[in-house]
Design a binder for this molecule. Sequence first.
Ligand code: C2E
Ligand code: MG
Ligand code: MG
Length: 802
Amino acid sequence: MTFKAAWHPKKSSANRFRDDAGANPGACAARNQQFLSYFLFRYGQHRSPPLGCIFIAIAAAVGIGALVHHAASEAAITVRLALSIAAGVAGFAAVCRKLGSDYAQQCAAVALASGLLSSNRDCLKLLSADGKMLWVSEHGATLMEAESPEQLAGADWLNFWSADDRTAAENACSGALAGKRTSFTGVCATTKGRKKWWNSTLSPVTGKDGTVVALLCASEDVTQQCELLKTLRERDELMHEMESHVRLVFYSYSPDFERFHHVSAGVERVFGITPTELSRRPSAWLELELPEDLEPLRAEMRRIASEAAEGRFEYRIRRPDGCLCWIRSTAYPVRDESGDLVRIVGVSEDITLEQERLEALDRLAYTDGLTGLANRSALVRRMKTLCRQNVPFGLMFIDLDRFKVLNDTLGHTAADRLLKDIAEVIQGALPADACIARLGGDEFAVIISGETDKDTLATLAQSLLGVFSSDVRKANAEPFVTASIGISLFPEHGRDHEALLKSADIAMYGAKKGGRNGFRFADQASSDVLGDFELERSLPKALASEQFVLHFQGIHEPASLAVKGVEALLRWNHPTRGMVGPCSFIPILEASGFIVEVGAWVMDAALAQLAVWRTAGKKGLCISVNVSARQLRDDTIVAVVDEALRKHQLPPRCLEIELTETALMENPSLAQKTLQALKRLGVRIAIDDFGTGYSSLRYLADFSPDTVKIDRSFTARLGCDAATASIVRGIIQMSHELGMKVTAEGVETEKQLHALRDASCDHVQGYFLTKPTNAEDLVDACRSLVMHGQTSVSSFAADGQD
Ligand code: C2E
Ligand code: MG
Ligand code: MG
């Protein structure tokens, strides 16, 4: 009889077990348990029968022996004896057979059970009703890090559990003892003290009478899973903490932006909406959007979804609590292995503070610190926007007239106050939507959009000029401020800010040339000013980059043609225009006030050259330096001259300062004072271009110059016009009577030279003798004058009286 048959004679339970196992693993486990219960029950039941059978056999044998012994005395009962013996033998045989069969059955069961137990990966234990470990599987011992199952046998199973889990273990035990299958998860240390997580299931093992005689405990080592879970949980908690404390929202959106997979807790801080609300109504956050920001945001979302491209957008929301916030959202598309867009993840952050800081910086960067008006950058930015949007507008370029003089006379603090007042005047006189900027110094610019026809702009400019001078005068009592305004129109005078600024600037320059305190529209005619305008723009750096040079022209004695002196004449060696004559830029230098600095340089450079010549032996040589009206007004001129003379260790008499009549007449009393101071230094004074200005002989008496320089227009007519000859003779004669020397300019012919010589002119100057040239060439020119037999080398180097 096989084990299968013995276990279930009618049907192969092992087969059934196998069949069911294949069909349903859960049921299979239950049957395993059933089977083991059955097995252990049988095992427990058959442990005693072999002893009983042996006892019966022994009893039978003893009985037979007693019968044999009894037969000797009672022969009559032979048949009963024989039957008794037969019964005894049969009983013995039956017992022996039974013993053999049960033993084989047990061996098979043990083999099967041990096979099943050893293949089980759990820690299997058989617990006594009082919780002692009767038996532990080999693998169970390994899981418990015991040397062998025996090490654990007899130990109290409940003692292994940590304090926290002991109650659960006890409950599971009592449940199983009550006949239920119980389970729990808890931590119990191995024999080596290493804590492990176990998932334990306790099944009751019932005896024949149905009472629970033992418990089968299967503990699955779930330490790895538990630790993994713990790590995940911790990570989750960390994420949650971080998410709920930062002003950031982490989100995962469906690829069509229709629903959220996840929105972090920060959404409540940033948007004022709960994650639950968002998962219910995924568009709730879009409803907070400011209307003007909504469409661009939606467009960007559509682009991200259709192109599966990264995106970043900034927008404003009005939170449910009424706060206006700036949000920056970044979105990153996530694709699966086949390249399909599976979700869009990203971060949204509250950038309100950042925006406020940027706005503050922006204000700082685009505001003029003195007046609080917009600055040049702001103006350019506005113009760029209008040009881009193709919105017609007018640009007024306002430059205060003679502000430099005001600045110099008022002092910087008062001038700054004046500029502030002017800014207010401009603001008050123009429409509220006009963009008014201070470009720097005394330059302002205004953008007028909307009504931009020329008539409107002309009216505005005119009223500005009117209000301007009167208002500023009221506010500042003394200075009378006027301005020159240039106006350009978009798109008529340029399609970009640079062209418009330039044409308005040129127009303004035109207004200045036209007498100041006026306005001009940019037009073609104003382009002729462009030459001057460009020069003016590059003037400030011309001095620093040493673009100015001096040329010298000889002043000769008419008879010997000996060089008595030289006149220093300024030239601008322009990087693109070449050598530019003084008539093109001296007026600009004067208008801008730069002549003061340039004039100081001229004085220094001229005296430096004279010092070189004088050191080289031309001891009596003098130099004439031109000084403009603007320089004469500047109270530094005397100091400049004095310093240059001292620096180059030159006697003052070797310097002659040439002033035009016009310069002297601009402010006669100031000129008189300056002249007196210069004269006190010992410097000589010449009236230049005599005859072209007022030609008032009275001024000759008033200013009592040392030299009168007859303008070349007279010289030019000397040989052909008798009247001019008499005038020239008259000037020379009268000047001599006043104790002045006379120099005739512009001598171009020998005839002119002879006429002047005959008229007792003291000195002559002109192309016929020497042309203005650099210092070295002038010496060569004088030599060639010698070679032509007109003078001698020594004439240039002649010693003379200082
Ligand atoms: P200016 O002081 O009357 O100088 C004489 C001008 O006549 C010079 O012109 C000279 O080149 C020119 N000239 C000399 N001989 C002849 C001649 O035979 N024929 C003709 N047609 N012209 C002759 P330039 O150098 O162009 O100077 C023009 C004016 O510029 C000067 O007139 C002077 O008023 C002014 N200037 C020159 N250098 C300076 C300077 O350093 N400072 C100031 N403030 N003005 C200067
Ligand atoms: Mg001169
Ligand atoms: Mg002259």
